[in-house]
Design a protein around this ligand. Structure first.
Ligand code: DGL
Length: 273
């Protein structure tokens, strides 16, 4: 039997531009799919917000986005949100939701020194969900949870083409590096989707080399599995929306074009929402 091609539509959601690091992996995995990227610029940053606030913001944004876009799958490309809202979303909409949660299990398996750090927003490090992952998968490791106050905002500034104060970035990542006699941290989990945007800086500013664990390829594989029955050919479409309705400025368009090179039509699509 010949399978009929069906184009999949994937909605990728984050508080801001961090989810682009997940989108990049998704596009690589499923170039045939249509993508809508939505950034909750009205709610950003989620990191310092109380839990109830984050749940309400995501549920409200999803009400609008799901009825407008009718996606086949939603990727919540945000750890701060995923560690809270997935059960609420799954109870309300009968479509698959793929979340992004701290990659503690792979880090704990990979670490040779058994000293790992979880670099996340203050919200994510305070979640029961994160603490349960540590207990379940990293009991044999020394785990340092680092709630970075400014990094997600610095990553937004960087994506808008502005210069960053590198001393500020260095100070935010410094608590991840722990030494105990001969042993020292050898794995840092990038548990906020904004952080891989700054990975080159992290590598350069780190006091010693570590493995930076980015779960984006694993998330892309999971979404691919969920959408295994919807496959098509050629390159799908791409569009970008802010929850405020604002249009991306020139600098952001240029950054997207550079960041998502496989999407040759990205700029055109963004320019004509
Ligand atoms: N990108 C989000 C995450 O993965 C958080 C950024 C924010 O504070 O809104 O956690």
């Amino acid at each position: 039997m010949i399978a009929v091609p069906i184009r999949a539509k994937i909605l990728v959601f984050d508080s801001g531009l961090g989810g682009l690091t997940v989108l990049r992996a998704l596009i690589k995995q499923r170039p045939d799919a249509d993508f809508v990227y939505a950034a909750d610029d009205l709610g950003f940053p989620y990191g310092p917000r109380p839990e109830d606030d984050v749940v309400a913001l995501v549920m409200n944004a999803m009400d609008t986005l799901i009825s407008a876009e009718k996606p086949d799958c939603v990727v919540i490309a945000c750890n701060t949100a995923s560690t809270l809202v997935l059960p609420h979303l799954r109870a309300k909409w009968p479509i698959p939701f793929v979340g992004t949660v701290p990659a503690i299990k792979p880090a704990a398996e990979f670490s040779a020194t058994r000293m790992i750090s979880i670099l996340a927003t203050p919200g994510t490090v305070s979640r029961d969900y994160t603490r349960d992952l540590v207990e379940k998968f990293a009991g044999h490791c020394d785990v340092t949870l680092v709630g970075a106050k400014k990094l997600a905002s610095l990553a937004e500034v960087f994506m808008h083409g502005e210069q960053l104060d590198e001393a500020e970035v260095a100070a935010e990542i410094a608590p991840c590096f722990v030494a105990d006699g001969e042993r020292r941290t050898d794995c840092v989990v990038l548990a906020c989707t904004h952080y891989p945007l700054l990975k080159e800086k992290f590598v350069r500013l780190a006091p010693w080399p570590v493995h930076w664990i980015d779960p984006a390829p694993a998330i892309a594989r999971r979404a691919d599995q969920v959408l295994r029955d919807r496959r098509s050919e050629g390159q799908g479409a791409f569009s970008f929306r802010y929850t405020s309705g604002a249009q991306p400025d020139e600098k952001l368009r240029a950054a997207l074009q550079k960041f998502l090179p496989a999407r040759a039509r990205a700029e055109e699509a963004i320019a004509r929402p």
